[in-house]
Design a protein around this ligand. Structure first.
Ligand SMILES: [Zn+2]
Length: 331
């Protein structure tokens, strides 16, 4: 299978929507392109002429640039949509975050986190289905795909576990199951991030969990930016079942800040390293120096490349002095 065939198949799968709501059923017939970064409050804040800039994730453009990543300006409706909810469930479930700024209440935080998680679930399920199809029909040799497939499957099994936990907490309104740290900012909002990850190393380079351990259910962290009444906020949030790893990660962030690192730099480094789902204000990107752009793209390449080992200290150093935000309050 060629790269363009693979890309087309992936597109076909992501166009085929399905509702991920915990009560989904045969009435979920109107699937919409839900925004994992919501349009009204989040994307609108950084749109310029209906466009934002992002690091181009398309395999075709990466191959064209011989493996290098590049930034590109795109229409807002091309960013971060996923066909993961029917209209009824999307409207009902996300009403407290789509129509009100983040206070933050626990209900709002769990809903933002859930939307990040569902996007990842949707994307990873598509990738897994396609890989398995290719192995089955022999369109890509089994021995090439099998190592990736084992990793995919393991990641997806943990993701399914976490979706189950969130489904349960949200459907029974047990919002106390969410733990979060919220950094509020009144600076101009230039960058949007939302994502999930299995934290592997902390901000001091210490190991948190072995993501290669196929027998373990991995702890999951979600993070996102969101509008507040007076500005915006960056939030780390996790279900209490992932407390061990996430508390340690956040403690290490406090330690490096106590030791003199800037919180703003550390969170920017984290966001750029751990987040595929992002959008930048175009004029902000344009005003960066060539060196700053290069540093950002190089970091994204390091994280995306299967051939380069990511150092355990990837959250400890790098990307200093680029973030143009400052945090005034921690909730
Ligand atoms: Zn539905």
């Amino acid at each position: 299978m060629s790269i363009s065939e693979y890309t087309n198949k992936m597109k076909e799968l992501s166009d085929r929507g399905r509702c991920l709501h915990f009560e989904s059923g045969n009435r979920c017939n109107h699937i919409i392109g839900a925004h994992s970064i919501q349009k009204s409050g989040q994307l609108k804040a950084i749109l310029e002429d209906g466009h934002v800039t992002h690091i181009d994730p398309r395999i075709g453009s990466i191959v064209k640039n011989e493996g290098a990543l590049s930034a590109t300006t795109v229409s807002w409706n091309k960013v971060s949509t996923f066909n993961g909810f029917c209209q009824k469930h999307d409207n009902e479930l996300f009403e407290p975050i789509d129509n009100s700024p983040l206070k933050p209440t626990k209900e709002q935080v769990i809903l933002y986190a859930y939307r990040c998680l569902c996007r990842e679930y949707f994307v990873k399920k598509n990738a897994l289905s396609l890989t398995e199809k290719c192995i089955k029909d022999g369109s890509i040799p089994r021995k090439m795909l099998e190592p990736f497939n084992i990793g995919f499957k393991h990641g997806f099994t943990s993701l399914t576990f976490h979706k189950g936990k969130f489904d349960n907490s949200i459907s029974t309104k047990r919002y106390d199951d969410i733990v979060f740290v919220c950094y509020e900012s009144k600076s101009k909002w230039q960058t949007q991030f939302s994502g999930v990850l299995y934290p592997d190393f902390d901000f001091l380079g210490g190991k948190l969990q072995n993501i290669g351990n196929l027998n373990a259910t991995l702890n999951l962290l979600t993070f996102f930016t969101a509008p507040t009444k007076d500005g915006w906020a960056f939030v780390f949030a996790w279900h209490k079942s992932s407390d061990v790893t996430c508390q340690r990660l956040l403690s290490s962030l406090s330690v490096i800040v106590e030791n003199g690192a800037l919180l703003e730099d550390a969170i920017f480094r984290f966001s750029l390293s751990c987040c595929e789902n992002h959008a930048f204000r175009t004029s902000w990107w344009i005003k960066l120096s060539e060196m700053q752009k290069k540093v950002i793209l190089k970091r994204a390449e390091l994280m995306a490349s299967p051939d380069i080992a990511v150092p355990s200290t990837y959250l400890s150093f790098g990307l200093e002095g680029i973030a143009s935000w400052s945090f005034s309050k921690v909730a």
